[in-house]
Design a protein around this ligand. Structure first.
Ligand code: CA
Length: 239
């Protein structure tokens, strides 16, 4: 999953960047509205963290312009505590959720996870594909209840596929969503990671669609068990 952070306060931007990286996201940071708008306009993001008070172009304008050009990625706005009207204006401009400054990183993370899941059509915090289960809260992946130990890149690829299961995902799409801007991208390495992941998973869930890409789907016979488990109790922070 790849996230764009637009925040002009250097310390806060650094802190959000480090936290998201730690959680396994690919992260790009912009420090003003113009650069942020450009990145969101040209790169595919799974979510955006958008501060409203920004130099060069304010956050609301950034958001309005994206929505006008039909950019529909989930956007979480950062608002100032004393300015409640910012939230109203933010939602009207097309924001999906907000966090009030100052905030705990845990809250930001929970809200982002929820936005990303919902944008991919999942209400549950646990994503299942046959015997493979991703707990989006802990980031833990299990196969037949045994914990999988993927590397950071393998995790990013598998998490993206789990969010988009049963859909064909091209190597380009994968590359764009698991690497940040500064990464030396080579879509051939995706193939290597997929190969390693298949070995680690030990179950045949990642199909190759010739000439198109990959598709994550439950193995034959496991279809009835696939789907989402209705565990929603820990979602109180994410609503
Ligand atoms: Ca600001």
């Amino acid at each position: 999953m790849r996230v764009l952070v637009i925040e002009d306060e250097p310390d806060l931007a650094r802190q959000i960047f480090a936290t998201l990286k730690e959680e396994g996201y690919a992260v790009d940071v912009a420090h003003d509205g113009e650069e942020g708008h450009f990145l969101g306009d040209t790169e595919p993001y799974d979510a955006v963290v958008l501060d409203l008070g920004l130099p060069l172009m304010d956050g609301l304008t950034v958001l309005e312009r994206w929505r006008r050009s039909e950019k529909d990625m989930p956007v979480l706005i950062l608002t100032a505590r004393e300015r409640w009207n910012e939230k109203v204006a933010g939602f009207d401009a097309g924001a999906d959720d907000y966090v009030t400054k100052p905030f705990q990183m845990e809250e930001l993370l929970a809200r982002l996870r929820a936005l990303i899941r919902r944008a991919a059509g999942h209400a549950s915090v646990q994503l299942s594909c046959g015997p493979v289960v991703l707990d989006t809260r802990s980031g833990r992946i299990t196969v037949n209840d045994a914990t999988l130990k993927p590397t950071a890149q393998e995790y990013k690829i598998l998490a993206y596929l789990m969010h988009h299961q049963d859909k064909i995902v091209s190597r380009t799409e994968l590359t764009e969503h698991v690497y940040d801007q500064d990464f030396n991208r080579d879509s051939n390495t995706i193939e290597v990671f997929i190969g390693r992941l298949r070995k680690k998973l030990g179950v045949d869930v990642i199909k190759t669609e010739r000439g198109l890409g990959y598709r994550l789907c439950a193995p034959e016979g496991a279809k009835e068990e696939s789907g989402e488990k209705p565990e929603r109790k820990a979602e109180k922070n994410a609503g």
